[in-house]
Design a protein around this ligand. Structure first.
Ligand SMILES: [Zn+2]
Length: 314
């Protein structure tokens, strides 16, 4: 059963305490109930804010251990508010915006949390696209006035795959690819689309191997200009993506982190028709307790910077 708040008032009434947040995570993590790994007992009892123990053998476990919330020093109520805000806004929010609205005190906390949550925007074991899928590639970033400095986005090439359901755009997948070679393009398709699907592309020769790999390849446009002049649905998605990167994130996305922004855009886009934004809140938390903790060195490369964040901002 999908159980989530539908309005801000419902959210506030429900998640005002650590206990309420922890219990919700418990439900999401063990939807069929927790079974003690030592004695198979099913009865647990909470201790403090984050721990439970088995009423039979006294085994202690934490609802956040082994999830993206592991090792956090901040209250779950704050995390929940961040996630509510992040998912409640159609276009999401920047780290700076979240720092302000939540009174986080530090940009780095907001930035680090956002990056952890982006990792949870891909559901473990999600299904690939299928049916009719339009595939093209586009350059994004670069050439924006004032955005050329170190770490700013230069030109990045991304592969775009768009499901077409009765002439309407269905789900999408976006991936950064190193170049428009056959190897890169075909790998991106194999990563995003199930074999047996109909793949529609332009005439670019990079796609010509698809037919031999179990796809039905249709060339729907006779020109072949890699990175430009996109097929219509891919064009639509690429425009929205570019607008989002510039609008919500002021174009300040580094190549190093671009993949995770693509994941966030995809998460939002694929749920754009959800009746309640609360459903996105639910999905994100559901994924967050299913994926492994993300060590800080996976988000930030600089070791001294990692230590500072760990000491002050998590
Ligand atoms: Zn036990």
């Amino acid at each position: 059963m999908e159980d989530y708040p539908k309005t801000l008032l419902e959210f506030e009434a429900r998640f005002s305490t650590e206990e309420a947040c922890r219990d919700y995570l418990f439900q999401l993590r063990w939807p069929d109930g927790f079974i003690c790994p030592r004695c198979r007992n099913k009865k647990t009892w909470p201790i403090g804010n984050k721990l439970f123990h088995c009423t039979q053998c006294n085994y202690k476990f934490s609802v956040i251990a082994g999830t993206i919330f592991q090792d956090t020093h901040k209250p779950l109520t704050l995390w929940f508010r961040m996630i509510w805000w992040l998912t409640g806004q159609k276009n999401g929010a920047s780290a700076l915006g979240l720092k302000r609205i939540l009174g986080l005190g530090s940009y780095r906390t907001a930035w680090t949390w956002l990056h952890k949550l982006r990792r949870a925007m891909v559901r473990p074991g999600r299904e690939n696209l299928s049916g009719i899928v339009e595939v093209d590639e586009s350059y994004i970033g670069g050439e924006k006035a004032g955005k050329r400095g170190r770490g700013a986005l230069g030109k990045a090439l991304i592969s775009i795959a768009v499901e077409i359901n009765e002439d309407r755009i269905g789900r999408i997948r976006l991936q950064r690819i190193p170049d428009a070679s056959s190897v890169s393009l075909v790998a991106a398709v194999q990563n995003a689309v199930s074999p047996g699907s109909i793949i529609q592309t332009d005439k670019w020769k990079g796609y010509s191997k698809l037919q031999s790999l179990g796809y039905l390849h249709e060339i729907v446009r006779s020109d072949s200009d890699p990175g430009d002049n996109l097929l219509p649905s891919c064009h639509r998605v690429a425009s929205l993506l570019k607008r989002w990167l510039i609008g919500t994130h002021q174009g300040a996305v580094s190549h190093e982190h671009l993949d995770y922004y693509l994941d966030e855009f995809t998460f939002r886009f694929n749920r754009r028709t959800s009746t309640h934004r609360g459903k996105l809140f639910y999905r994100l938390l559901q994924n967050a307790v299913q994926i492994d903790p993300i060590p800080l060195n996976k988000i930030v490369k600089n070791v001294r910077y990692q230590r500072r964040i760990k000491a002050h901002y998590m």
